[in-house]
Write a protein that binds this ligand. Structure first.
Ligand SMILES: [Zn+2]
Length: 516
């Protein structure tokens, strides 16, 4: 070995922190990670910098706020420094295996710095009959003229709901039988990615490496491996039932009250997707142990955002509200030779993840990174959102003294995205108004940046379900403090914008729009 550490970064799409065992979830979704957590740093409040995928990853890989280059720029700019580019320069072999998410593909600059980059965009399940969505009432594409006439007539007679229900049931009835849950899956499973990663690791030899895996098993449509489902539910999953649940859950003609009857079964499928991921991470780590690579391996696991199951009436992860089920994700960091420590409850933005990992690796962060390394805070269990940590009388000279590795103080976590942007390939979708949240240890401010918009402030201690924006008394001081942080963020966004990076990204986007 060269003496340098290696890094395995695993990002799991749609993984909520509160559905992981090591965050206290009641179902055994993550037995392997629970055991690993006991020797790791587990951040209680890891907060994404944006949601969904395309607004989250610039912070994870490049320590940059998602809208810092402008609302119309999505992804990484050509030439932007990332974990991969920095580690490749420092002599690491770099490989990425991403389970078919187009928003973190080469098109958006995520291959930069990787010697091997596989995004599985060409993945096909065993059969093309992996959805009947095109024929459900939520879509017009396969509807014949007669159907539309009947639907119109039913609507005129006030029978629209009856029509939709009958039409849905009809579509489910005529759908070809699914041979297995595997055949219904839209994205390659974690098992396929781990196989590829293991082959790549075998080719790396003795070089230190950076391996990034992005796993999609908990992403909708929810088709987990049968083994994982059986481990959680105690029985096999019937493919027809799994498809029925997914199609039902996807219906746009139903109100949350009608969907809620299927919620528990859908969550069970989602949870089994997490269990699938846990099983495959266990397999990967086991092979690293067997090849004696684990002892020099830093391991980090997080998610790009969470998932909604009607908590606020929504499903999936559209960027229309930044509630905790979307913005709070797991973050587990295992460092060889460190036993882990109790991590403060201060919110830790993903912005600080890449600099923190680089310090753990002994590699200098590029100056373009917007986040700071919180490694010393993590090691010593010192909060990073409390100005008192700089006061030697409170924490003692050893901690406060800048010459002896001073811990960092950073402000509240900022989350931003373009409101309602569900298709960043379309310019008009990604140019919607900015949705911004400021999250500190107890409060969260959420607002749209547009004329006349009023901010909402939630007290996460008194109201963890975020049902009542607070408006009275003591909230005024809090509101002022959080608004000040929002203001400073917006001001910095404009003043610190890198025009060269922005132009490079715009040119890349225009080339893609011209050539497809
Ligand atoms: Zn995602």
């Amino acid at each position: 070995m060269t003496g340098k550490r290696s890094l395995v970064l695993i990002t799991v799409d749609c993984l909520r922190a509160d559905h992981c065992g090591f965050y206290g979830y009641s179902r055994p979704t993550t037995p392997f990670l629970d055991a690993l957590a006991s020797e790791s740093f587990v951040v209680p409040a890891a907060i994404v910098a944006g949601a969904p995928t395309y607004y989250s990853f610039p912070a994870i890989l490049a320590s940059r706020m998602p809208l810092a280059l402008g609302r119309d720029v999505v992804g990484l700019a050509p030439g932007e420094s990332t974990l991969a580019t920095v580690l490749r320069e420092s002599g690491h072999a770099t490989g990425a295996f991403s389970a078919g998410n187009p928003y973190i593909s080469q098109r958006f600059g995520y291959d930069q710095g990787f010697e091997v980059f596989r995004d599985f965009l060409d993945f096909k399940a065993h059969t093309t009959q992996n959805t009947v969505g095109a024929e459900t009432p939520s879509s017009d594409s396969a509807r014949g003229q007669l159907n539309r006439s009947i639907e119109g007539l039913a609507g005129a007679l006030g029978l629209g709901r009856v029509y939709n229900e009958l039409y849905f049931q009809y579509c489910m009835k005529i759908a070809p039988a699914a041979e297995s849950v595997d055949a219904l899956r839209r994205f390659p499973s974690a098992g396929i990615l781990v196989d590829q990663a293991q082959s790549w690791l075998a080719s790396v030899g003795q070089r230190p490496f950076f391996l990034w895996l992005h796993l999609m098993d908990p992403h909708s449509p929810y088709y987990p491996s049968n083994e994982a489902y059986r481990e959680l539910a105690g029985r096999d999953i019937e493919p027809g039932r799994a498809r029925y649940l997914n199609e039902y859950w996807n219906r746009s003609d139903l109100a949350p009250s009608a969907l809620s009857g299927k919620r528990d079964e859908v969550v069970q499928l989602y949870d089994a997707g997490i269990r699938s991921v846990d099983r495959q991470i266990a397999r990967l780590v086991d092979s690293l142990r067997q090849s004696h690579l684990w002892d020099d391996c830093v391991f980090a696991l997080t998610a790009d955002h969470g998932e909604e199951f009607l908590e606020h009436g929504g499903r999936y992860h559209s960027p229309v509200r930044l509630s905790e089920e979307i913005v709070r994700v797991p973050l587990l960091i295992r460092v060889p030779g460190e036993r882990g420590a109790k991590v403060p409850a201060s919110p830790m933005s993903h912005l600080h993840l890449a600099p923190t990992l680089l310090e753990v690796m002994g590699v200098q962060s590029p100056s373009a990174f917007q986040g700071r390394s919180l490694w010393k805070n993590l090691q010593r269990g010192i909060a990073w959102d409390d100005p008192a940590i700089a006061d030697p009388e409170i924490v003692g000279p050893e901690i406060a003294c800048p010459e002896i590795a001073c811990p960092e103080i950073v402000g509240p976590a900022i989350i931003e995205c373009a409101y309602g942007c569900t298709n960043p390939f379309r310019a008009e979708s990604r140019s919607a108004s900015r949705l911004l949240a400021v999250r500190d240890a107890r409060f969260k401010l959420v607002m749209r940046i547009e004329p006349g918009a009023i901010e909402e402030v939630y007290d996460l201690e008194a109201d963890p379900a975020e049902t009542r924006p607070s408006t009275d008394g003591p909230a005024l001081e809090t509101r002022k403090r959080l608004l000040q942080a929002a203001y400073e963020h917006m001001e910095k966004t404009v003043s610190a914008r890198d025009p060269v990076m922005r132009l490079r990204a715009r040119l890349r986007d225009l080339r893609c729009e011209i050539f497809g």
